[in-house]
Design a binder for this molecule. Structure first.
Ligand SMILES: [Zn+2]
Length: 193
């Protein structure tokens, strides 16, 4: 049966609600659902003080200068996103599911906000914010983890791989131990096929 306009509108509102609960800003919800920003604000942000403000994340420069934990968490999120997308799910629903998966696997505080995840996925798939992909998800030849890289990066022997570095530094870095506790380490990278 053909979906009606009402069906599509309801789907967009449900999706917008999921995004708002995950902390998305109005602009992100607008890009993902096509809903008018004014409607998004009216429907999901009753308290004007609670509207996320400030510049939205831009990951082009950020990712390459980000610390090890942020790069590892970005890669974990994008690995989940890539796998779901490859099974044929739509981009927006994949973003929501992969973000929930990322929150379930990584410890608080989460370094990757929903808006950041949206920005990373945009620049990897060449959708929403840009038509030009600049990132791709590659398998590290040393540890087998899926790693987010600039397109065209030749990965050899674990250089640039946040998971290889994490394993090297783990025993002497309490910050890493807190972010990726040992019993979670088996599942955290979750990237070995
Ligand atoms: Zn590696």
């Amino acid at each position: 049966m053909m979906s009606t306009r009402a069906d599509r509108q309801l789907c967009a509102i449900r999706l917008a609600q999921d995004c708002a609960q995950l902390g998305a800003r109005v602009r992100t919800i607008h890009h993902l659902t096509g809903l008018n920003p004014r409607d998004v604000q009216r429907l999901f942000f009753n308290d004007p003080q609670a509207i996320p403000r400030g510049r939205p994340p831009n990951s082009l420069e950020w990712y390459h200068g980000a610390n090890l934990i942020a790069r590892a968490e970005s890669s974990i999120f994008m690995s989940m996103y890539r796998r779901l997308r490859n099974t044929g799910f739509g981009a927006a629903e994949t973003l929501v599911s992969a973000y929930r998966g990322y929150q379930a696997v990584c410890q608080c505080p989460h370094r990757i906000s929903f808006d950041r995840a949206f920005d990373l996925a945009s620049h990897t798939d060449g959708i929403w914010l840009t038509s030009t992909p600049v990132f791709e998800v590659l398998a590290c030849p040393t540890c087998g983890s899926d790693v987010l890289m600039a397109i065209g990066t030749v990965v050899h022997l674990g250089d640039n791989c946040p998971f290889c570095k994490l394993v090297q530094r783990y025993s002497c870095d309490p910050r890493l131990q807190a972010s990726f506790p040992k019993n979670g380490m088996a599942t955290a990278p979750a990237t070995t096929p």
